[in-house]
Design a protein around this ligand. Structure first.
Ligand code: DHB
Ligand code: FE
Length: 266
C-alpha cells in the first residue's frame, strides 16, 4: 500500500518541479543557488536545529499540511480543538510533572507568570477525559526555546501533565512573547528575498494524547500579540486565540489563562 503512494508522490513532485523550471526558464546558476540552499539547510541541521523544517514553514508548507490533515480527520459536525503546526522545537521526553506544578525555572522578576487551567473533554459528549497527557512547551522571555539557549536548564519551560477522572489540568508558565524564528540560514534568506519579517506571534505549544482519542498537535496564540495577523509561518487560527487575564489573589501568577481542550474519538 505504501509503495503506490510513494510512486504517486514522486511522480507528481517531478512533474511540478519540471513545470516550475519550464515556467520560469530556470538557469543553471539559479538551479545551483537553490541546490546550495538545500545543502546549507542540511549542514546546519542537528538535534537542536531543524533548518529543513524552518524552510518548509516559511514556505507555508507545514501549515498547509496541517490544514489538509485536520480536514481529513474531521467533519462538519465533528469539530475538536483545532490543530496547528508542530514546529521544530518540540522535544521528546519532556519531564512529567504533577498537576499544579510550574514549568518555569528562573525569570523570577519578569511579572508575566501565568496560571493556565482548564478541562480536557470529549467534544461530542462533553464528558471529561481521564488519562489525557498534555505536553506543553514555550519560549523564554528572550524568545529562545531551552535547547537554543545556554542560559536555561535542560527541559525548562516544558512539561507533561496527566489528567485524572475530572479531566482537569492546571500548571504555571509564563506569558510568552513574539519572537523571530532563526533567520541566520536558508529560511532567513527566503524571508529576505520576499521582504518578509521572521516573527511569530506569542504562542504556547501543546500535544494532547489520550487513550481512545485522536492526538492533537496545536498552539494557542495571545490575541493581543504583535504579528497575530502576520505569522511568519502561517499557523494562526481564530479558534486558537486566547486572552491572558490579569490575575489578582494569587502571588504565584500575574495572569490567568483558562482554556479547555476538546478531543475526538477514533
Ligand atoms: C516554527 C514554529 C514555531 O512554533 C517556532 O516557535 C519557531 C518556528 C516554524 O514553524 O518554523
Ligand atoms: Fe514555537
Amino acid at each position: 500500500k505504501a509503495k503506490p503512494r510513494v510512486r504517486q508522490l514522486t511522480a507528481s513532485l517531478i512533474q511540478h518541479l519540471h513545470d516550475f523550471a519550464r515556467e520560469n526558464e530556470l538557469t543553471v546558476g539559479e538551479w545551483m543557488t537553490g541546490l546550495e540552499l538545500l545543502n546549507e539547510a542540511g549542514r546546519m541541521s542537528d538535534d537542536r536545529r531543524n533548518e529543513g523544517q524552518l524552510v518548509c514553514d516559511v514556505l507555508g508548507l507545514e501549515s498547509l499540511v496541517d490544514e489538509i490533515t485536520y480536514k481529513l480527520a474531521t467533519s462538519a459536525e465533528d469539530e475538536p480543538t483545532a490543530t496547528a503546526i508542530l514546529g521544530p522545537f518540540w522535544r521528546q521526553d519532556a519531564p512529567q510533572r504533577a498537576m499544579g506544578d510550574t514549568i518555569v525555572t528562573g525569570f523570577e522578576d519578569k511579572g508575566d507568570k501565568t496560571w493556565m487551567h482548564g478541562t480536557v473533554t470529549d467534544f461530542r459528549t462533553g464528558k471529561p477525559v481521564e488519562g489525557a497527557v498534555l505536553d506543553v512547551w514555550h519560549t523564554a522571555p528572550n524568545g529562545l526555546y531551552e535547547q537554543q539557549d545556554e542560559g536555561q536548564p535542560d527541559m525548562n519551560l516544558r512539561g507533561r501533565f496527566t489528567t485524572g477522572k475530572d479531566g482537569k489540568y492546571d500548571f504555571y508558565c509564563l506569558r510568552p512573547v513574539p519572537y523571530p524564528i532563526p533567520f541566520d540560514g536558508p529560511a532567513g534568506k527566503i524571508l529576505q528575498a520576499l521582504d518578509r519579517h521572521p516573527y511569530r506571534p506569542a504562542h504556547i505549544h501543546f500535544i494532547l494524547t489520550a487513550p481512545g482519542y485522536k492526538p492533537i498537535v496545536t498552539q494557542i496564540f495571545d490575541r493581543n500579540s504583535k504579528y497575530i495577523e502576520d505569522d511568519a509561518v502561517f499557523a494562526v487560527k481564530d479558534s486558537l486565540l486566547v486572552d491572558f487575564k490579569p490575575f489578582q489573589g494569587n502571588s504565584k501568577a500575574d495572569f490567568e489563562l483558562p482554556y479547555d481542550f476538546k478531543l475526538a474519538t477514533y
